[in-house]
Design a protein around this ligand. Sequence first.
Ligand code: NAP
Ligand code: F7E
Length: 332
Amino acid sequence: METKRALITGISGQDGSYLAELLIQKGYEVHGMVRRSSRYYIGSDVGASADDFIPRHKNIILHYGDLSDFSSVDRIVRESKPHEIYNLAAMSDVRVSFDVPEYTSDVTGLGALRVIESVRNNGLTDTRIYQASSSELYGKVIETPQKETTPFYPRSPYAVSKAYAYWMCKNYRESYGMFISNGILFNHESPRRGPNFVTSKICRAAVRIKNGTQEILPLGNINAKRDWGFAPEYVEAMWRMLQHTEPDDFVLATGETHSVEEFLVEAFSYVGLDWKQYVKIEPHLFRPAEVDLLCGDATKAREKLGWTPKTTFKQLVQTLMEAEMSHGANKA
Ligand code: NAP
Ligand code: F7E
C-alpha cells in the first residue's frame, strides 16, 4: 500500500509538533510548512532550527513557505501531493490580533483560503483537509454549552479571521464537494504551549517565583473562564476527523469551565505559594473586547468519532507544573 502523506502547516507550533509525532507513529510521511524563523519541538529536538532538524528526521520533510504567500503554499501542495492537509498555521494570539488586525486577517483568514484554493486548482480531488477552527468563534456566547449549531459571535480580529476561514472551508465543501472538516477546538494546553498564553505564563511564573528568579506575575482579566483540555488528546481527534466517512464540523472540548483565577490557585498551591501575594493586575493586558466564558459540548465528536477527552482540569495543571519544574524553558 502507498505510504500516506500528510502536510502540516504550523508544524512548529504546539499542535503541529504533537500531530507530527502522532502521524509518524502511524506510518505517515509528514511534510511541514516552516518559516525561516521557525523552531521545532518534536521528540528531543527542543528549539531546533530547520537546518538542525531536517537531517535528524527522515520521515519529516520541511518546506519553507508562508501562508501569506500563495506561490509558496501552492508549490508546497504540488510538491508534497498530500493525502491529508492539516491547516494549523495561524497568527494565533488573540490579544496581539488587536495590534495587527490586517496581518491576522491575511494569515489566519486568507491563509486558509490559499490552502484550499491550491488543492482545488491542482485537482487534488482526494485530498482531505482539516481546518483549525476555534471556540473563539463563539465569542460573546449565545448559549452555554457551545456546540456545532451555536451561532458565532467573534470578538477579536483573530476570531473574525477564523470565522472567515471556517465559512470558506464550509463553502468549498458544499460548492466543490471537497473533503474539508472544521475542528472547533476549545483551549488545549501542554508543556509546549507558547509562553504568552495564560496557562504557560502562570506555570512558568509560579516556578520562577518559587525559585526566587521572578518577583511578580502581571496579568489581565483573571475572571475569564475557559474550557481547558490537554493538547495531545485533541490532535488525535484531528486525525480521526479526516478518517471519518464524510467531512463535517466538530467541537472538541472537556465540558468543564474554570476561571483564570482557579488556574492560579491550582498552579501556585502546587509550589506551596499564595498567588494573591504575587499577581499584579495590569490594565494593558486586558483585551479591547473579552470572551468571558467558554464551555464546549463535544457530544458529536464522542458519538461520531468515538473521541472523549481524558485529562481533568486538576490533572492538566499538575502536568504543566511538573513539566515546568523539571524542564523549565526546555519543555518536552
Ligand atoms: P501555535 O503554537 O501558535 O502555532 C502556530 C503555528 O503557525 C506555528 O507553527 C507558526 O510558525 C505558524 N505560523 C504563524 N504564522 C504563519 C505564517 N504566516 N505562515 C506559516 N506559518 C505560520 O498554535 P497552536 O496552539 O498549535 O494552534 C494550532 C492552530 O489551532 C492555530 O491555527 C490556532 O489558531 C488554532 N487553535 C488553537 C487552540 C489552542 O487552544 N491551542 C484552540 C483552537 C484553535 P512559527 O513557528 O514560524 O511562528
Ligand atoms: O487567554 C486571560 C485572557 O491567551 C485565556 C488561543 O490558542 O485559545 C487561545 O486563546 C484567557 C483570556 O488564550 C492574561 O484575557 C488574563 O480570557 O491563554 P489565552 P485565548 O485567548 O483563550 C483559543 C481557543 C484560540 O483559538 C487561540 O488561538 O486568559 N488572561 N491575563 C490572559 N491571557 C494572556 N495570554 N495573558 C495574560 O496576561
